[in-house]
Write a protein that binds this ligand. Structure first.
Ligand code: SAM
Ligand code: SF4
Length: 330
């Protein structure tokens, strides 16, 4: 039972834990071209991250997602995953990754207790993939996905951000790729987090309904009975005759805040109570002022719940949130 209940009677059971703001890619919708990364002194240590994770689990959080930035570039990530997995009461440890390093890390991740992974891939065309990620090599990700399939993850899901005029012609190909490789797939609407110069966010907006229509023209789509109690916003459907579930994450077109069950911790220790607002609490200050003190952390986290706002208000023409997704813990 979660002790983390906000003013709107939402129970927080899910923590997205950012383990780095750095990345080995520079996706154009996620980061600006010239990013300034955090100095080491501002970044939570592995011990601090593990302690904060423990505080959340003791308060009733059941699921933790390791994310970033790119979580697999953080030194010591496997050891951190192992430590978090061993916390009593945690039901599920999962990760979101760009897949570039999965060739090397899939088996160690499974051994450390990561049960499911999401792999972000927005294009299956090498030249376009390079453009979208500014220098990424599609082959690395494909090799990584294959390695993940060979490892014993319970589930692998593709995440694709679809941008009008940039990769919207790949919705069907990406879905076929998921079916052929027995993966799930979620389509994500681009959110206006941080100023970017590569494209106009309002010009590239694609909503989930439009993607759904494209899919319906090509596949027979049925409602999935699958329900992930800890998942929150994603609603699932299934391609008939396959195991592939399709999810739509629609922060722009379909406000799902009423069922929000999550909070995020940035790697500088900022507890973000909502992705689309700046309401937050500095946990780094607390963990450094009272090293090893779980009770202090738990008290502060519990008290912060009243600050969780009712909902986000995103406008692609008006970038009010200057923090990039890579620094947020997507
Ligand atoms: N580097 C890892 C990855 O790419 O999977 C984990 C961090 S990344 C910030 C997490 C997810 O956020 C990815 O699926 C990415 O596509 C998505 N994302 C990044 N910027 C976004 C934006 N502005 N709007 C919507 N999704 C975004
Ligand atoms: Fe890196 Fe992930 Fe952001 Fe791409 S979406 S730049 S892989 S953090």
């Amino acid at each position: 039972m979660s002790q983390l209940i906000d003013s709107f009677d939402r129970h927080v059971r899910y923590l997205r834990l950012s383990v780095t703001d750095r990345c080995n890619l520079r996706c154009t919708y996620c980061m600006a071209e010239d990013m300034v990364f955090l100095p080491k002194a501002k970044v939570l240590s592995l011990e601090e991250l593990a302690l904060i994770a423990k505080a959340f689990v003791e308060l009733g959080v059941e699921k933790i997602r390791l994310t970033g930035g790119e979580p697999l570039v953080r030194q010591g990530i496997i050891e951190l995953a192992r430590q978090i997995h061993q916390i009593d009461g945690l039901r599920e440890l999962v990760m979101t990754t760009n897949g570039v390093l999965l060739d090397k890390f899939s088996s160690p991740l499974v051994d450390a207790g990561v049960s499911r992974i999401n792999v972000s891939i927005d294009s299956l065309r090498a030249d376009r993939f390079k453009r979208l990620t500014r220098f990424g090599d599609l082959e690395d990700v494909l090799r990584g996905i294959e390695a993940a399939r060979q490892a014993a993850f319970k589930k692998i899901k593709i995440n694709a951000v679809i941008l009008r005029g940039i990769n919207d012609d790949e919705v069907i190909d990406l879905t076929r790729f998921a079916v052929q490789n027995e993966l799930d797939i979620s389509f994500i609407e681009e959110m206006p987090l941080g100023e970017i110069s590569s494209h106009s966010r309002s010009g590239t907006q694609m909503n989930s309904e439009q993607i759904h229509e494209m899919l319906e023209r090509e596949f027979s789509i049925i409602e999935s009975s699958y329900h992930d109690p800890a998942a929150g916003p994603s609603r699932y459907q299934q391609i008939a005759g396959t195991e592939t579930k399709i999810g739509f994450i629609s922060p722009m077109s379909n406000n799902f805040c009423a069922s929000c069950n999550r909070v995020r911790l940035t790697v500088e220790g900022r507890l973000l109570l909502c992705l689309g607002n700046e309401h937050s609490l500095d946990l780094r200050e607390i963990v450094r002022a009272h090293p090893g003190d779980l009770d202090k952390l738990k008290q502060a986290i519990t008290a912060s719940m009243v600050r969780k706002p009712e909902r986000h208000h995103f406008d692609p023409d008006d970038i009010t949130i200057t923090r990039y997704m890579s620094a947020t813990g997507g």
